[in-house]
Design a protein around this ligand. Structure first.
Ligand code: ADP
Ligand code: MG
Length: 693
């Protein structure tokens, strides 16, 4: 249960004065729907009204605060022309410009003959000096009520600065003082203020420096968030560890048999990680291990051999993947690999229904299935295993920590192996996995030809399409990825549909389309047709990013490559070059190319080492991109900037470790405050794992 002291922060923004359903919706879209979300919505700029020139000296484009006397009102002659209020000081005249104003309001705030202080942006029209719709108009004696420096917040279409500013002020006023959860010595060392003060200060930037990531108040807020993240992960880990583990030692009977039928030998990298995993499984503690390996590095066979150790031991293994397509693909691959060895495999997805599903559940519970491959459907409560010893989770960042644990709980202290194809930098590994043990799968199976990567401006589209026609005529299969359009899946789909139609005119029914708005079954059908070679060109949005294996596809064209992050480009490129043939990747970009996009493309051309690309990505753009799409399942930080606050991340990890050593149940004074912190950052799930919590 959320502590009462936090209740005001979690009320909907519509409970604020002046926020109705309409602006409430907009704020929700922008920042989130609760008061706390407004608190986390930090300013990105400021308006400095301290500049107080004379009228004649007020430069075009500047924000200025001027003291003038009101000379004359010139009402608008018609609706399309503005209402003007002529003012002046000793140096010259200023016209205040208003479109569709309320006249009685203007008469009231700008009475003729009075002196007024007006603040706003200056524009020069020929010789006329104007200020249109001043931000503030006050009498000279009220000058103190004029905010000399105002924060500027990110906005969204339809929402103007004023109501947002007001809402944020009110939200901050509702923020309670909270018990200090940070270590006193650490606070002192960093010169950090209490949470409430730091929050208020971050929203009242007096100088540009306050807006920077290295500002002390911003760092404190970021550290709070990172500590909540690290502490939650540490608690989950401690909980998992507390459950007793089991020692799983395979006798090599099945893996040996399968090894013999494999058309290739394991690479050195595969041997190494497999040995690490097997050794860990053989230990009596529970395994919680992350296998990080680039696209195409051959993780699937490693997973299979690890699962076989469980099966050789008379137990079961579960292999979980994020999508239906992948589940089926893995099921087919593994079935083929296991054909000779008599391993019993089954697939369970959201599409398993009714009688067949019941039969699978029965067989799982009876121990008649050795390895089950599936999606989220494996989490359902009625799925029970006879004896689950190992859970493998592929592409895990799409699943939450909670799900990871649920499946772990289905076995008697089942070992957990998490696999990710997204190489992520060390700091990010920390935020996602906390202190997991890590195996790195380096290198790629031999004989792979590097993907020939080129960049070309979109202005050469016709040429590119002609080249594609020649390649397809020669038997090639190609992906064509359409860009991500900010904030709108609808727009993505429209772009992909348009490209599909255009290519359809040339390629006829050899062109297929997949996008995120299609039903799973439809998507699968198209993917299958492409994998089987019935479709030669597959137009797609980034739904193909994860794991899909079509070894015959040799061409990857990415339209508007400049809009993709490096990690994404790398993932997409990894879809080709999986078979023995020379593949190519074409990055089509719109001109002019920005500096970051140029650097990204250069790195793509230079290397295909996913780990290096991930580091470069973090360096170039911060996490935004890496974590990018919301659905990626990475924790999205509101206050911390993973690139700028790397040092804090490590400190938070160390602090979380120390807390778990000293007060694992969070019972002490600081422990109690830390509970509030966890709730504040909505790491509630972790609190469940406290015995007394
Ligand atoms: P990922 O790590 O991206 O999941 P996969 O496991 O799908 O990669 O492997 C990519 C391809 O490499 C598959 O077609 C697989 O059969 C093949 N492969 C895996 N290991 C080897 C190896 N040691 N030698 C040759 N090919 C391999
Ligand atoms: Mg894979």
């Amino acid at each position: 249960m959320r502590p009462e002291i936090l209740f005001p922060l979690f009320k909907p923004v519509t409970t604020l004065k002046g926020i109705g359903p309409r602006s409430g919706k907009l704020i929700e879209k922008l920042a989130g729907g609760r008061i706390v979300d407004l608190c986390w919505h930090l300013p990105t700029g400021l308006i400095d009204r301290r500049f107080r020139p004379s009228v004649a000296a007020a430069p075009d484009g500047a924000v200025a605060t001027l003291t003038v006397s009101v000379d004359e009102h010139l009402p608008a002659p018609n609706r399309r022309l503005p209402y003007r209020v002529m003012c002046s000081d000793d140096s010259g005249s200023l016209s205040l410009v208003f479109f569709n104003p309320r006249r009685d309001y203007l008469n009231e705030v700008l009475p003729i003959g009075a002196e007024r202080v007006v603040s706003g942006r200056i524009s020069h029209y020929g010789r006329e000096i104007q200020m249109s719709h001043p931000d503030h108009i006050v009498a000279p004696e009220e000058i103190d009520s004029l905010p000399l420096v105002e924060p500027v917040y990110p906005l969204t279409t339809g929402l103007t600065p004023r109501p947002l500013l007001r809402a944020i002020r009110e939200a901050l006023a509702m923020a309670p003082g909270l018990p200090e959860w940070q270590d006193a010595a650490w606070l002192k060392k960093n010169h950090w203020r209490p949470w409430h003060e730091a929050l208020a200060a971050a929203h009242q930037p007096a100088e540009q420096a306050v807006l920077e990531a290295d500002d002390a108040d911003r760092r404190r807020l970021a550290f709070d968030e990172l500590l909540a993240n690290q502490l939650a992960l540490a608690m989950v880990r401690a909980h998992t560890r507390r459950l007793s583990g089991r020692a799983t030692k395979g006798d090599g009977r099945l893996s040996g048999a399968i090894g013999k039928t494999l058309p290739y030998r394991l690479t050195q990298g595969q041997e190494t990680v497999l040995a690490e995993i097997r050794a860990d499984m053989a230990e009596p503690q529970r395994m919680l291990r992350l296998l990080q390996g680039d696209v195409g590095s051959g993780k699937t066979i490693v997973a299979l051999l690890a699962m076989l150790a469980a099966v050789e031991n008379g137990a079961q293994a579960a292999f979980m993947v994020p999508t239906e397509i992948l589940a089926r693909q893995h099921f087919e691959t593994l079935t083929a690999l296991c054909a000779e060895a008599g391993v019993r495999l089954q697939i369970l997805t959201g599409r398993s229904k009714g009688k067949p599903r019941q039969e699978i559940l029965r067989a799982l519970q009876a121990g008649e299935i050795d390895i089950v491959i599936g999606t989220h459907a494996l989490f359902q409560d009625d799925v029970e295993f006879a004896d689950l010893a190992l859970t493998v989770i592929d592409e895990q960042h799409r699943f939450g920590v909670h799900q990871r644990l649920t499946l772990g709980d289905k076995g008697r202290a089942a070992d957990v192996l998490v696999m990710t194809a997204t190489p992520i930098p060390r700091t990010l590994t920390l935020t996602v996995y906390g202190d997991m043990d890590i195996s790195l799968l380096h290198g790629k199976p031999p004989g792979r030809l590097a993907v020939d990567t080129r960049a070309m401006p979109l202005s050469r589209l016709e040429e590119v399409i002609a080249g594609l026609q020649r390649a397809v005529a020669g038997g090639a299969s190609a992906f064509w990825v359409c860009p991500l359009v900010e904030e709108s899946e609808k727009a993505d789909v429209a772009a992909a549909e348009a490209r599909h139609d255009a290519l359809g005119k040339l390629f006829g029914d050899q062109v297929g389309l997949v996008h995120g708005r299609m039903k799973a079954a439809e998507k699968d059908q198209v993917m299958e047709a492409f994998a089987a070679g019935r479709l030669k060109v597959l137009v797609a949005t980034t739904v193909i990013e994860v794991g899909v294996d079509v070894p015959d596809a040799t061409i990857m064209t990415i339209e508007h490559a400049e809009r993709f992050g490096l990690a994404q480009l790398h993932q997409l490129r990894g879809r080709v070059g999986r078979g023995g043939q020379q593949s190519s990747c074409l990055l089509l970009y719109a001109e002019p190319l920005g500096e970051t996009a140029r650097a990204r493309i250069a790195i793509m051309r230079e290397t295909d080492d996913g780990f290096r690309i991930a580091e470069e990505d973090l360096r170039l753009r911060g996490t935004g991109e890496l974590l990018g799409t919301r659905q990626s399942g990475f924790p999205t930080f509101r206050l911390a900037d993973v690139a700028a606050h790397q040092d804090l991340m490590e400190a938070a990890r160390d602090d979380a470790r120390l807390i778990m050593e000293r007060d694992p149940e969070l019972n002490g004074e600081r422990g109690q405050a830390l509970r509030v912190l966890l709730y504040l950052f909505e790491r509630d799930a972790a609190v469940k794992f406290l015995r007394s919590g």
